[in-house]
Design a protein around this ligand. Structure first.
Ligand SMILES: *Cc1c(COP(=O)(O)O)cnc(C)c1O
Length: 382
């Protein structure tokens, strides 16, 4: 069978492997010193005071919402154009995800739409830097501040992105990263919350480990559970991988941006597709490269184009099925087709092309060639 070029892939070298092996041979394979070192490395990179690592980005989201006080009766405004975990974790806390439609160009949540969704029950705005492109943080923070809402940033796509020259990670009340293999750096599974607020930091640490608070004054063994937590810990050997990967983050982002330029240049003259935008305030770490098909110029729909590319060995994907259209969200909250027209319109035309730091220029060319062949085959004739 033909080997498929995936849409994303980790980049792991000998130094990464040696770092993990070193920890595996040490006394601590979980809850040791490397978790802390990895946290400090990411916090320093982001210019944030505190960081707490978790077993996944989803666990980190759950923790962030929990310590933000999201519970039954609370609403969190978020985007329908995200991986479902952004909204699912609100539901874990008993809250309601209230979606606000996206902007047509950046595909990020629209500040204007956010304003329309605020009610007395709104407690937080959970934004997602889609594909790595930062949201309009100034406008969103202004809206939040005026109404005393928290801004929680799901930056699972945006480690290494900048907003107005500042690294994503210290610009919201809490920022979440994921270290899944397709993300900017990996720990296998893993995630992190970074914040400048000590109160959140302390609660996140407790939430990560069952809600346990040690009380040494009552005995060396003694602890109490004051609030309910989870086992959302990450291991030391995973953090050894993360710490080693952090050294290469700059290079990874640079390589992603080179590939994006190669794609943009190759597709510039093609009338059948729309390529991603990057606003003047933003520098994207390009977690994914999404194109939109101009279906009015094609004889077929997105599915046919997708299938034809897969058949040529290009591991295209679609990011994402709008969250409100999943049966769970329709059933539980009454969302329906038509609720968020921009997100739905984007979804109908979206295709994600392969993009990861280890891609060779030859592989990029092969993707370009396949896209050009497929689209010329399906082009409408006049
Ligand atoms: C990857 C991702 C997550 C979840 O992270 P995991 O580490 O896979 O749990 C959450 N939100 C977004 C936008 C993501 O892309």
């Amino acid at each position: 069978m033909k080997k498929v070029l995936p849409y994303g892939h980790q980049s792991i070298d000998g130094n990464d492997i040696a770092s993990v092996v070193r920890v595996l041979k040490s006394d601590w394979i979980t809850q040791g010193p490397v978790v802390d070192q990895f946290e400090r490395s990411v916090a320093t990179y982001c210019n944030a005071r505190y960081a707490v690592a978790f077993s996944s980005g989803t666990a980190a989201l759950h923790a962030a919402y929990a310590v933000a006080g999201i519970g039954p009766g609370n609403e969190v405004i978020t985007t329908p154009m995200t991986f479902a975990a952004t909204a699912n974790a609100v539901v874990y806390c008993g809250g309601k995800p209230v979606f606000a439609d996206i902007q047509e160009d950046t595909l990020n949540i629209s500040p204007e739409e956010i304003k329309k969704k605020i009610t007395k029950r709104t407690k937080a705005i959970a934004v997602v830097d889609f594909a790595g492109h930062p949201v309009e943080l100034d406008a969103i923070r202004k809206i939040a501040k005026a109404r005393n809402l928290l801004v929680i940033e799901d930056a699972a796509h945006a480690l290494g992105s900048t907003y107005k020259g500042k690294n994503i990670g210290s610009l919201s009340d809490m920022t979440i990263f994921s270290f899944h293999p397709v993300k900017a750096i990996t720990t296998g599974e893993g995630g992190m919350v970074v914040t400048n607020k000590k109160d959140f930091y302390e609660k996140l640490m407790t939430f990560r480990s069952h809600g346990i608070v040690k009380k040494p004054e009552k005995g060396g063994w003694y602890y109490e559970i004051e609030t309910l937590g989870n086992n959302y810990r990450i291991t030391d050997f995973q953090c050894a991988l993360g710490l080693s990967q952090m050294k290469k983050l700059g290079k990874f982002v640079q390589r992603r941006r080179e590939i994006v330029q190669q794609y943009n240049k190759a597709f510039r003259s093609m009338q059948e597709i729309v390529t991603p935008v990057e606003k003047a305030y933003a520098k994207s770490a390009y977690h994914i490269y999404v194109i939109r098909l101009r279906l009015e110029r094609l004889r077929v729909g997105r599915k046919e184009v997708f299938d034809a590319l897969r058949k040529k060995g290009i591991g295209v994907q679609v990011h994402y099925v709008p969250v409100h259209l999943h049966p769970f969200y329709k059933k539980t909250f009454g969302y329906k087709q038509g609720d968020f027209p921009e997100a739905e319109a984007y979804y109908e035309t979206a295709i994600t092309l392969p993009l990861f730091p280890g891609m060779t220029s030859g592989q990029v060319k092969s993707v370009v060639k396949a896209v050009k062949e497929v689209l010329s085959q399906f082009r409408k004739r006049r």
